[in-house]
Design a protein around this ligand. Sequence first.
Ligand SMILES: NC(=O)c1ccc[n+]([C@@H]2O[C@H](COP(=O)([O-])OP(=O)(O)OC[C@H]3O[C@@H](n4cnc5c(N)ncnc54)[C@H](O)[C@@H]3O)[C@@H](O)[C@H]2O)c1
Length: 395
Amino acid sequence: MMKKTIRAGIVGSGFSASFHFEAVQKVYGTNIEVVGVYSIDTEGGKAYARKRDIRFFDNLDALLDEVDVVHVCVPPVAHEPVSVAGLKRDKFVICEKPLTGYFGDGTEGFHGDRFPKQNALDAALASVEQILEAERQSKGRLLYAENWVYAPAIQKEREIIEKTGAQVLWIHAEEAHSGSHSREYAFWKFCGGGTLIGKGCHPLSAALYLKRVEGRSRDGVPIRPKTVSARTHAITRLENFRDEGHIRCNYHDIDDLAHMHVEFTDGTVADVFASDIVLGGIHNWLEVCANNHRAVCNINPNTSMQTYNPVEENFEDIYVVEKIGTKQGWAPTAPDEDWITGYPQEAEAFYQTIAYGQPAESDSLLAADSISTIYSAYVSAERKGTAVDVRTFEE
Ligand SMILES: NC(=O)c1ccc[n+]([C@@H]2O[C@H](COP(=O)([O-])OP(=O)(O)OC[C@H]3O[C@@H](n4cnc5c(N)ncnc54)[C@H](O)[C@@H]3O)[C@@H](O)[C@H]2O)c1
């Protein structure tokens, strides 16, 4: 079959815009022409474009004129407007996580600790609805860039569930490290919350995905979230937190430790942890306890390679693994971190959808369930863990 050619645009020129570009270079089933980038950071955007020999666009519409798909690699607060603009122009949209959220009331004094979380849930669901409605009216589709869905360990578990007809009884999973790099991350108004959404969305979405796979493969109907109970904490904002310089601790108004307990429509459960207070490099894992097997998916760290380095400086130019504090001694060195994280597989799959109409594993409904669960979890945390019903959107 002749490979189709798809024209792609990138929106944003920061961290995720870089790994999206890398992932697109590895796609083999579709020819992709990355036309250009639009970023509100003109200087950064021009530098990004120069380095990759693509064009810089100084407005979104001009980029949309020339492409079939846009990669939304901007902070969460801008996901809805950029995605809706793309869908309205009948473009495909690859949107980074989290899909959307609640970013405050715009007042100077807005503080994440001091507003009713029901407001956040209502506003986040309204924002999800805007995106879903734009998608319904569009010839394009929204593809949700949740790389955990495409991580090889999670896709292997999908195969096991599908082929063995497993009943998944309990999932526990975590994403944690010692603090995000982004300056905006300290503020609820830019990110829509703290670690519960920023990190929790990854293991949560993978758990929601696997239950969806289970239901679809056995009964033709996805199993979806029903209630959530949660606690959130701001450990590094405690007055008695003792900063030794290893854990980021300049957060303005967000949580840095969170736990969600999700009950599904079939009565089974998932426990999801998210935190910014864990040393030793990124800690991303998901464990499935099923009626016929058990699986531990180690996304990071894993033992595909381990190195011992007696002198820190020897590894000065060596990338070891995300967020590791030292390169001296034994380390779980990642020979190909992008691959184990699922970035190239995600890009390959999305371009199969865009070019050839393959159904997407990670779509807008999975993203919507994730947002609905997370903001219901914030309501629960405000009530010190009382279970809250999760509203799901129509299939
Ligand atoms: N899947 C993952 O593993 C992963 C990892 C990191 C970040 N992310 C997600 O990627 C998104 C971006 O995060 P990042 O780390 O790349 O942030 P970043 O700060 O490094 O980059 C954001 C870029 O967007 C630009 N920008 C901001 N608002 C814009 C707008 N309205 N229009 C156009 N450009 C705009 C900024 O100038 C900047 O270039 C977030 O949603 C984040 O959650 C995902």
